[in-house]
Design a protein around this ligand. Structure first.
Ligand code: NAP
Length: 299
């Protein structure tokens, strides 16, 4: 039995070396009065998930976060799944109550909180999402919960996106387009919010961005890139140059972490401390990016 004051947490994924979570949670636990809580990065290749579940129970982990590529596959090993996670089809947080493992998806809470932080009212809005992966699913469910007016997915693989849309058809009509199709341009012209939910532009692929023409967006649209590393992707740089309001993925990352912390401890963390630590870590990464850029310019 672990002593009352020691509890173990961690993040499972593959890879997890780049994750900001260990530093963010350790700082949050320390400032929340839990200096003996541990949060460990746990790289685990696909196909070995049963080991994770047994480990969480046997080693008395209070909870873990789950990231790519395990968010969906881990669900079958859990004892209970929260309704949001069931609808989204992915779990990113597991809480262990004396051997009973419950899966949650805090990305949806994080996504909605990030919209609120940005003063964006999703009700009745025209939302356009680029990509049809895990984060797109959480964002779409969030927009359904907030009664968005119209949700459109633009993707490189419209067939896959159509399958996603089908999963949500009982909650909202979702339009699907090839993001390079002419008709998609019309959709962009009436978007209140354009969300990049692909990894295009994420470190180290800084020169990439989704192939959409931002000049088509109406004045006042919010351009949201769910990527937080780098803080300003090429997609956001272009949007800013065109005068649009922009939002990066840091707020969602912190807010989903805040919700996971609440599920783990029953208390809210100090979000300012989490933000400070995340920004420090991102600064270190940014320095690395700048150094690499310098090197390539010299060569
Ligand atoms: P995912 O499940 O792998 O989905 C990625 C989506 O992007 C898929 O639709 C995929 O298309 C598309 N895509 C990937 N590479 C592409 C390329 N080269 N060209 C065109 N489309 C491409 O990933 P995810 O979990 O949704 O994560 C997406 C991004 O969100 C990542 O950058 C991740 O770091 C970020 N993220 C942020 C937060 C946060 O809190 N801010 C949380 C989680 C994730 P196909 O379907 O055709 O493969």
């Amino acid at each position: 039995m672990l002593s009352e004051e020691i509890k173990n947490f961690g993040i499972v994924g593959y890879p997890v070396g780049h994750s900001l979570s260990p530093k963010i949670y350790m700082a949050a636990f320390a400032s929340g009065g839990y200096p003996k809580y541990n949060y460990i990065p746990m790289p685990m290749p696909a196909g070995r998930l049963m080991l994770v579940v047994d480990g969480v129970k046997d080693l008395e982990f209070r909870g873990i976060n789950v990231t790519i590529p395990h968010k969906t596959n881990i669900m079958k090993y859990l004892d209970a799944i929260d309704p949001d996670a069931k609808i989204i089809g992915a779990v990113n947080t597991i809480v262990n109550d004396g051997g009973m493992l419950t899966g949650y998806n805090t990305d949806v809470t994080g996504f909605l909180a990030s919209l609120t932080e940005a003063d964006f009212l999703a009700e009745d809005c025209n939302a356009v999402i680029l990509g049809a992966g895990g984060v797109a699913r959480a964002a779409i469910w969030g927009l359904c919960k907030r009664n968005a007016g119209c949700i459109t997915i633009g993707a490189r693989n419209p067939e896959k996106a159509a399958n996603l849309a089908k999963d949500f058809e009982q909650y909202s009509d979702i339009l699907v387009y090839d993001w390079q199709a002419e008709e998609f341009k019309e959709i962009l012209q009436s978007a209140d919010i354009l969300i990049n939910a692909t990894p295009l532009g994420m470190y180290p692929n800084l020169d990439e961005m989704p192939p959409v023409d931002l000049t088509l967006l109406p004045e006042g649209a919010l351009v949201y890139d769910i990527i937080y590393n780098p803080a300003k992707t090429k997609f956001l740089q272009k949007a800013e140059e065109l005068g649009f309001k922009t939002l990066n993925g840091l707020s969602m990352l912190l807010r989903q972490g805040e919700e996971a912390y609440r599920l783990f401890t029953g208390e809210l963390p100090d979000l300012d401390i989490m933000r400070r630590v995340a920004l420090q870590e991102l600064k270190v990464l940014q320095r690395k990016i700048d150094k690499e850029k310098e090197k390539t310019t010299i060569q």
